[in-house]
Design a protein around this ligand. Structure first.
Ligand code: SAH
Length: 260
């Protein structure tokens, strides 16, 4: 990995897990509780290094992981959390070179994960009706990935139709994915995958009902995502007292072509 450079986004993190995001800039100074750190002391160093501030506070300079970056980036819409992003990538089977349509872009957390998974030869087309969200998401994405021509933002309502053809995967994080099912049936390639993420049961019932009525979809299945941390400390080895008990349900379906 290349050394830290001016323009890089880094996180300064202490051992209490407090995180201070920062964009490195030659000549600038980071202020922390009245203490100072010159960005020039970090530029040219390897990441992961401990730095000591002017009055002795210690912080580690690391490049944020995609999960850490998405949790700290500016938000308009509520983002999808890393545990859900991880499952979406696997269950939608996002592969290098895939063409993926998603909606809506929100703050861009899912988009970043999709762009990373489709790689240099893939493409993500993101439908978003709110121009302000699209703008913020584009900024977040550029901050992490730099300029990219692998993302196309469609400023359109996906309930009214999908322009692209032969789509490999459709991934939806919006309130009424059942309205996208007829368009997905037309525009997904055979063998393509439809995935929706939804927070409530009536929404899931609706999308599953509409998928079942659509002859082009089979193997419709829904699951819930739970992740429980554990406390490992001496003899106190037990699940954490607190967890995010609910975020949403993932529903997937596969597009098929029926014989005569
Ligand atoms: N997955 C995103 C969050 C999406 S929030 C993230 O991880 O950051 C839902 C988004 O869908 C909002 O930005 C909303 O404006 C958009 N949206 C809602 N209905 C839509 C529609 N019919 N067509 C396109 N975008 C839509």
């Amino acid at each position: 990995m290349r050394p830290l450079a001016s323009g890089d986004i880094i996180h300064l993190v202490n051992l209490k897990d407090q995180t201070y995001p920062l964009t490195l800039k030659a000549g600038a100074t980071f202020q922390f509780n009245g203490e100072k750190l010159a960005h020039n002391d970090l530029i040219g160093q390897e990441e992961g290094r401990e730095v000591v501030l002017s009055r002795g506070s210690r912080l580690f300079a690391i490049r944020p992981t995609l999960a850490e970056f998405t949790l700290h980036m500016p938000r308009g819409a509520q983002i999808l959390y890393p545990k859900d992003l991880a499952l979406i990538l696997m269950w939608a089977d996002i592969y290098p070179g895939a063409t993926v349509v998603e909606a809506g872009i929100g703050s861009g957390a899912l988009t970043l994960a999709l762009l990373q998974a489709v790689g240099e030869k893939g493409k993500v087309i993101s439908y978003e009706i709110r121009e302000d969200f699209a703008r913020r998401a584009a900024k977040n994405i550029e901050a992490y990935l730099g300029p990219t021509d692998r993302l196309c933002i469609q400023p359109n309502n996906i309930y009214q139709g999908i322009a692209e053809d032969a789509i490999d995967r459709i991934v939806l994080d919006l309130p009424e994915p059942h309205q996208v099912v007829p368009h997905a049936a037309l525009k997904l390639r055979d063998g393509g995958i439809f995935l929706s993420f939804l927070p409530t049961v009536p929404q899931v019932e609706r999308v599953v009902e509409v998928l079942r009525q659509e002859p082009a979809f089979e193997w419709i299945s829904t699951f819930e995502t739970l992740l429980r941390g554990w406390n490992i400390d001496g003899r106190s080895v037990r699940p954490d007292h607190r967890m995010v008990a609910h975020s949403g349900f993932i529903t997937t379906a596969r597009k098929v072509k029926r014989g005569p």
